[in-house]
Design a protein around this ligand. Structure first.
Ligand SMILES: [Zn+2]
Length: 450
């Protein structure tokens, strides 16, 4: 339980006054079901400044990495620009001022299945989305129109406007519940629910916009069927398909099957708009050489990443050594895909490693590591790993590890690992290397950087 501070009371008052003064809707009346009132208390100019700054940081990073405008996405980028232009020509049917925005879109040469909008008319689409889902031009037009829908509904401005009310509501809830349970209620009950509502709105605005621009709204449905197929393959690869049920409540996006049936229903409402539109004729050349939904995931491994590992002592590790600590470590490294085949890929990682609580030699060690792995699919990997490090406080104390292991999980986020091998330690300058068997079972958090 907490008491409300003066600042919390002031924020609560400002919140109530601000929201009641600024609750409005950002778009014209639509043919689809989108008429929710929004809290837009943050001025448009402030929200646009944040969006533009965010967009230019991301764009600059991708530019430095050579991921924009390079030959492998040139054709996709050219088609995306064409589709985008056509959609922009119709935004005034949804929001008249939006035709004056500086709209900008890029195709990023990375294998991630995603696209996003940051507000102020800025959109990014990843090559992986086009290739994994083997998108047609109409389906791509829906994805782009969906991202434009987030822009047109001013979702970034709304998110910024809701920061203070969500904070105040969290403080209010923590009066009645523990901070942990109130944080859970706010996350699953409020933030994720609001996020799903915005996704549905962007879908609906997207199909209306695409209908105005002459893209067949039925493509929206087809793209969700593809999303669903891709997710099912992904879950099969992770092998937990039957264990963990899919639940909409844990998600920022509604389930793709729910989105499919929603756009199917809403497509009926834009039929007449599409019938009157100047129909889009797609080019004969496909957007990628993939003809079906696929798990050609391995491009996602080529990036700078930060991994945090935690390995609690287990019964098995206790048999091998008297380790009383939880050991943990981090790697900052870069991954390359040396060989790509239809059965998986050969992956090389190298970088800096830090670890603490090693069972053989206590202390904080830092050094370098190199790792060669075979990636079977997005969720299974075997690897060999070499680490050479020294004690941060005493350069004479050294540690080397030669190990192999298996990883299971989602490498973009977190995975379990089991690693076995040999460790050797030098306790001072005069001592020789002392060998030790090692077995580590733990969990790793993966923070893919860029
Ligand atoms: Zn979205």
């Amino acid at each position: 339980m907490q008491r409300l501070t003066c600042l919390d009371r002031l924020l609560l008052l400002l919140c109530v006054c601000g929201i009641s003064a600024c609750t409005t809707t950002s778009t014209l009346p639509t043919a689809v079901d989108v008429d929710r009132k929004q809290n837009l208390v943050v001025p448009q100019g402030a929200s646009d400044t944040v969006s533009r700054a965010y967009n230019s940081v991301i764009r600059s990073i991708y530019q430095v990495q050579g991921l924009l405008d390079n030959p492998s996405v040139q054709y996709q980028d050219q088609r995306v620009q064409h589709i985008f232009k056509r959609l922009i020509a119709h935004v005034d049917a949804i929001s008249p001022e939006a035709s004056g925005w500086t709209w900008e879109i890029h195709v990023v040469d990375r294998g991630i299945v995603n696209a996003f909008a940051v507000g102020a008319g800025k959109v990014m689409v990843y090559r992986g989305l086009i290739e994994h889902l083997a998108l047609s031009e109409d389906e791509l037009a829906f994805i782009v129109a969906h991202e434009m829908g987030h822009n047109l509904r001013l979702h970034m401005r709304e998110n910024l406007s809701n920061i203070v009310p969500i904070y105040v509501a969290g403080v209010g809830l923590s009066q009645a519940f523990t901070p942990w349970s109130s944080a859970m209620v706010m996350d699953y009950g409020v933030t994720k629910t609001m996020s799903r509502t915005k996704e549905t709105e962007a879908d609906r605005i997207g199909i209306e916009l695409m209908a105005h621009a002459g893209f067949n709204p039925l493509a929206a449905q087809r793209s969700f069927v593809k999303f669903h197929d891709q997710e099912a393959m992904d879950r099969d690869a992770l092998a937990y398909n039957k264990i963990i049920p899919r639940s909409t409540y844990l998600r920022t996006h509604p389930l793709s099957e729910a989105r499919e049936s929603d756009v199917k229903q809403q497509s009926e409402k834009v039929k007449s708009i599409y019938a009157l539109s100047n129909k889009y004729i797609a080019t004969d050349q496909p957007l990628s050489n993939k003809s079906a939904v696929n798990l050609d995931y391995i491009d996602g491994y080529e990036k700078l990443y930060l991994v945090g590992r935690i390995a609690p002592e287990t019964v098995i590790t206790r048999l091998l050594h008297a380790n009383e600590d939880v050991s943990f470590g981090t790697d900052l490294g870069y991954g390359w895909m040396l060989k790509r085949t239809t059965q998986g890929g050969l992956n090389l990682h190298a970088g800096l490693s830090y670890f603490h609580g090693d069972p053989q030699i206590k202390g904080d060690f830092s050094g370098g590591f190199a790792e060669l792995g075979w990636v079977f699919n997005p969720h299974w990997q075997v690897y060999g790993r070499v680490v050479s490090a020294q004690d941060i406080d005493n350069a004479q104390r050294k540690k080397q590890k030669f190990a192999g292991g298996v990883r299971w999980g989602d490498f973009q986020r977190g995975h379990l690992y089991l690693e076995a091998g040999q460790g050797r330690a030098k306790f001072n300058a005069d001592s020789g290397w002392a060998n030790n068997d090692l077995l580590e079972f733990g969990y790793a958090f993966n923070f893919g950087l860029f």
